[in-house]
Design a protein around this ligand. Structure first.
Ligand SMILES: Nc1ncnc2c1ncn2[C@@H]1O[C@H](COP(=O)(O)OP(=O)(O)OP(=O)(O)O)[C@@H](O)[C@H]1O
Length: 306
């Protein structure tokens, strides 16, 4: 297990992390989500020894991470860390050697990863001559080239074109299949939903939700029904008890039911309007779950603990 256990961190009076905890099993992918400034980068930097936690630790296979263990981690920093004048191929071989590969294995791994991430033709070019998206691919190759046991990637998909996204997604899934735990941060929630076994949502330094996307959906309090009633008048559902009309376009109606509302009563009301061509619970998207999870309690009108 890769365990992030009770991480807390302040910069001056700014409490950036408060007891952040989650685990990532070998062979699984964890999507680390949260608004700008929530503390994702700080969490990853603590894991890599680039920032010091005030409390808590990160463990791999039961051992607190130290510099020797960190050499087995493929890390992609947010600030990126390439040598602009070095050629792509040389740079990748250099990173592979830093992770302990001998020079022949390093050269081979550099070639393979450049090829895999669509950089084959650019191996002889200096990094600074590449477009930003291609520099991003080099950075990813640098994280992967040392045969890492663990991958920690800070926004690896940002700036990639769709082909680059697919190439990276496939490379990461291959690592997962080989038993590597993968953590990546991202604002691209569609990708997180598609790729990740589990998800963590960080808000103001606290983990406000963790679990599989399915589990997060089940925890969602509002229950949204989609009912399509082509012949119904506008507002057909507005007087039903415990039901809030989210939207109605023609007969296509989204309804949010509170805990006590009876969906069978909604169905009966729908049938009274004429034909019912669709009647099903609609699962919230990860974007909706995210909005709900990170919403400021004060803005939601909830009581805020002092
Ligand atoms: N070295 C530092 N000194 C002071 N404050 C810092 C430092 N690093 C981060 N912070 C603060 O910590 C908070 C969390 O920042 P962090 O970069 O971890 O967030 P993030 O979730 O990665 O955001 P983003 O999605 O924008 O990358 C922010 O308020 C930031 O200003």
């Amino acid at each position: 297990m890769l365990e992030f256990d009770g991480l807390s961190k302040s910069y001056g009076n700014n409490r950036v992390l408060e007891g952040v905890a989650f685990t990532v099993a070998p062979g699984s992918m964890f999507g680390f989500c949260g608004a700008n400034g929530a503390g994702k980068t700080t969490t990853m930097r603590i894991a890599m020894g680039l920032a010091r936690a005030d409390a808590g630790e990160v463990r791999w296979r039961g051992r607190a991470l130290d510099q020797a263990l960190r050499r087995r981690i493929g890390y992609m920093p947010e600030e990126r860390g390439l040598y602009p004048k070095m050629k792509v191929g040389e740079q990748l071989a250099y990173f592979a050697r830093l992770h302990g590969l001998d020079s022949r294995a390093a050269a081979r791994a550099a070639e393979q990863w450049a090829e895999r991430l669509g950089l084959g033709a650019r191996r002889g070019d200096q990094v600074e001559k590449l477009s930003l998206g291609n520099q991003q691919r080099v950075q990813l190759a640098a994280a992967l080239v040392g045969r890492p046991e663990v991958l920690i990637l800070d926004e690896p998909f940002s700036g990639l074109d769709p082909v680059g996204v697919d190439a990276l997604a496939e490379a990461l899934l291959e690592q997962v299949r080989a038993g590597v735990p993968v953590v990546f941060s991202s604002h691209q929630l569609d990708l997180v939903e598609r790729l990740c076994d589990s998800v963590g949502i960080l808000a103001r330094g606290r983990m406000v939700a963790t679990g599989t996307v399915t589990e997060l959906r089940q925890r969602e309090s509002g229950r949204v029904l989609r009912v399509v009633v082509p012949d119904a008048p506008q507002g057909w559902a507005s007087t039903l008890s415990g039901v809030r009309v989210v939207s109605q376009q023609g007969g296509d109606t989204l309804l949010e039911l509170d805990g006590g509302a009876d969906e069978q009563a909604v169905l009966a009301a729908a049938l009274r309007t004429g034909r019912v061509t669709h009647f099903a619970w609609r699962e919230p998207t990860l974007v909706e779950l995210f909005r709900e999870a990170v919403a400021d309690p004060a803005e939601r009108g909830e009581e805020v603990a002092a």
